[in-house]
Each structure stands twice: as C-alpha cells, then as structure tokens.
Write a protein that binds this ligand. Structure first.
Ligand SMILES: Nc1ncnc2c1ncn2[C@@H]1O[C@H](COP(=O)(O)OP(=O)(O)O)[C@@H](O)[C@H]1O
Ligand SMILES: [Mg+2]
Length: 176
C-alpha cells in the first residue's frame, strides 16, 4: 500500500515518507512548492496507487471555507416558496454538499485534494482547522452531523504565492 514512484511520477524518499506517514496517521499533508513541481499530480498518483477516488477542491480567491462543507440556497427556496413548488418546506432540499461533505460520506476512503489553498483569503485555513482535524461538522439548517466514517487522505497544496499566510497552517500540521 506504500506510496512509491511510478513510471509517470518520480517521488523523492522524503516525499514518499511524508505521504505514507499522512496515510497511516490519517492527518492532512501540506505540500508547498513552486508551480509545476508536481503537487497536483502527487494527489492524482496517490489516489491511483491506492486505487481510490480523487475528490478535488480547487481554491480560487473568491472561495470561502464554508463552501467546502455545504451551501444553503436560500434564494432558490424563497423563489420556490413564491411559486408553490413541492418540497419547499424541507430545508434539506436546498442544502448543497461541498467537497468535504462528499469526501467524508464517500463509501470508501478517498483522497481529498484541496488545491492551491494560498489563493484564498487569510482566514481560509484557520476556518477549516477544526473540520479537518475532527473530520466532522454540523449542518445548522437541518441539525444533522456529517462525520467521516473513513477518514479521507487529505492533500493540501500551496504555490507559496502568499507564503506568510501559510505559516499558522504549517504549524498546525507539522508532518513534513
Ligand atoms: N515528480 C514528478 N514526476 C513526473 N512528472 C512531474 C513531476 N513533477 C512535475 N511533473 C510534471 O509537471 C507537470 C505539472 O505538475 P503539476 O502537478 O500540475 O504541478 P503543480 O500542481 O505543483 O503546479 C505534470 O503534469 C508533470 O508532467
Ligand atoms: Mg497544481
């Protein structure tokens, strides 16, 4: 099961060790590096070597941490209530699961790639610390708790574009 170099991916010993430690310890792994150094490819290769699904959450400057959990579409619900659409009384119909939700509830252990986390604003990593650590969160609108039965393998990448912002996060997951 150990992560190795393949014909399409060359991994150094240090990288292999870090990846395998993250898999065994079930802790998120933060990979930092210049663009084009194989960070995204690493997650793809890892999912393939574990023969599992890769769920990618690509971060943009406008991405909010809560979107990774779920989004509540209040606008559609209001419109549907005015149109008398069936099911409008059930708030669950307007909850759209995010990538963490998808990864936590997958029926196998998946690889979750949170790609280019440095694109987001300064609070983004801090806002996800608890959910990534406990691998569970509460859906306030429905009262349910989403909990990972099988903790996904989480790979977080940063292009170092705003490296000062990442320090607190690196300290939170001092695996590498
Ligand atoms: N370790 C590696 N082994 C093989 N190819 C690599 C490796 N690192 C980078 N590459 C090549 O560089 C390309 C860009 O890698 P990518 O994962 O997109 O970089 P990043 O996500 O760090 O910007 C890949 O498609 C691949 O062709
Ligand atoms: Mg990339």
């Amino acid at each position: 099961m150990a992560f190795e170099s393949t014909s399409s991916y060359i991994a150094t010993d240090a990288l292999k060790q870090a990846v395998n430690a993250a898999v065994v310890l079930e802790r998120p792994l933060l990979i930092k590096g210049e663009p084009g150094t194989g960070k995204t490819l690493l997650a793809e290769e890892l999912a393939e070597s574990l023969n599992t699904q890769l769920i990618t959450w690509h971060i943009k400057s406008s991405t909010k941490a809560a979107q990774g959990l779920y989004e509540y579409d209040a606008v559609s619900r209001l419109r549907d209530s005015q149109l008398g659409v069936e099911g409008v009384e059930n708030v669950a119909n307007y909850i759209k699961p995010g990538k963490l939700w998808e990864a936590f509830t997958a029926n196998q252990r998946v690889v979750l790639l949170i790609d280019e986390i440095d694109k987001a604003d300064i609070e983004f990593p801090n806002d996800l610390l608890q959910e990534l650590d406990r691998m569970e969160f509460h859906v306030y609108e429905t009262g349910e708790t989403i909990r990972a039965e099988q903790r996904p393998i989480i790979i977080i990448t940063s292009n170092n574009e705003k490296s000062c912002r990442m320090r607190s996060y690196a300290a939170a997951f001092p695996l590498h």
